[in-house]
Design a protein around this ligand. Sequence first.
Ligand code: CA
Length: 356
Amino acid sequence: MRKQIILLFAALLLILPMQAQAAKKVHWKLATTWSTTLKPLASSGPKLAKMVEEMTGGNFIIRVVGAEKHKAPLGVLDMVKGGQYEMAHTASYYWKGKDISTIFFATFPFGMLAEELAAWNWYGGGNELAEEVFKKFGVYHFPGGNSGVQMGGWFKKEIKTLDDLKGLKMRIPGLAGEVFARLGVNVTNIAPGELYTSLDRGTIDALEWVGPAMDLKMGFQKIAPYYYTGWHEPGPDLEFLVNRKAMNSLSPEYQAILKTAIRAVAADSLTENFTENALAWDKIKTEYPGVHLKTFPEPVLQAMKKATDEVLDGYAAKDPEFKNIYESQKAFMKKMRAWSNVSTGEVLNTAELVGE
Ligand code: CA
C-alpha cells in the first residue's frame, strides 16, 4: 500500500509540471495604425485576436490597442522593434522614410492589383524579399490584408489639362505625392481628423483618402463634386508586424496558429473592404447625384506614369536592394497583368457589352 502511494506521488510529480506547462498563458499586445473606429481597416486586429484565442482554447491572448490610445499611429514599427508591443497592424509604405524598399510590400502608383500582389508575395518571391528588408528592424512582416483599389480622390474643380494641376493644393501622401509634386501640385499632408475642414474651407483644393467606404464616412461627397478613379494605390497591402524575439519564444504550435490566423485574416480583409466599398459606392451613386465620377484625361495619366517611372528609377539608381526588389516585382507584374487583362479585364468588357 505504502509503495503504491509513493508510486502515485511520483507519477503526480511527473504529470503536474506537464499540465502546468500546457496551461501556460501567452499575453500579447498589438498596436494598430488605425483608431478602433476606422473600419474596415481596423477590423483585422480584433478578428486576429479572436481567432488565435479560439484556436488556443483561450491560452494565447492578444490585446488590440488602437491609435487613439497609444497615440503613435506611425510609431508602431518602432514600438514592435523595441518590444513594447509584440505585434502591429499597419501598412509598410509608412516606413518609406526608414527604408524606401518597404513600399513594395504595400503599393506604388501604377503597381499591382491586390490579387497580383498576393501572387507575388506567396508565389513570386515577395515574402522572401520582405523578410530581408524587415529583418533589419528586428521584426517579421506578414501580408496583412488589402484595401483594394483606392480612388484618385476628391477634387473641387475638374482636372481637364495638366495645367489644372499646377499650383493645386492637395493632400496626397507617399510616393504619389512625390509624383504629383513633379507635376506642379502643391502637396501637403494633413491629419485625417482635419481633412474635411481643410477641404471645406479651401485650405486644400483636393485630397485622396481611401475608397468609397471610408470616404463616405468622412463626408467628402458633400463638399467636392469630382471623384476620380484610382491610379496611385491599385491594391495596397496592409501588414502584420511581429517582434522576432517574441515570435521565436512561442511554441511551434502557437507559431503555426498565429501564421495561419494572419493569413486567414488577410484574405478576409480584402473581402470585407471590397464589400464595403461596393455598398458605399452604390450609396454615393444613388444618394449624391451631384458627385461626378471622373478618370484623369489621358495626357495627365501619361505624365503621371512618366513621373512615377522617374521617381522609381531615381531610387533604384541609389539603392541596390530597392533595384533588386523593383525588378522582381516588375517582371512578375508583367506576367500577372497580361493574365488579369485576358481574364478579369475581358469578363468586365464582355459584361459591359451585353448589359447587366
Ligand atoms: Ca490613400
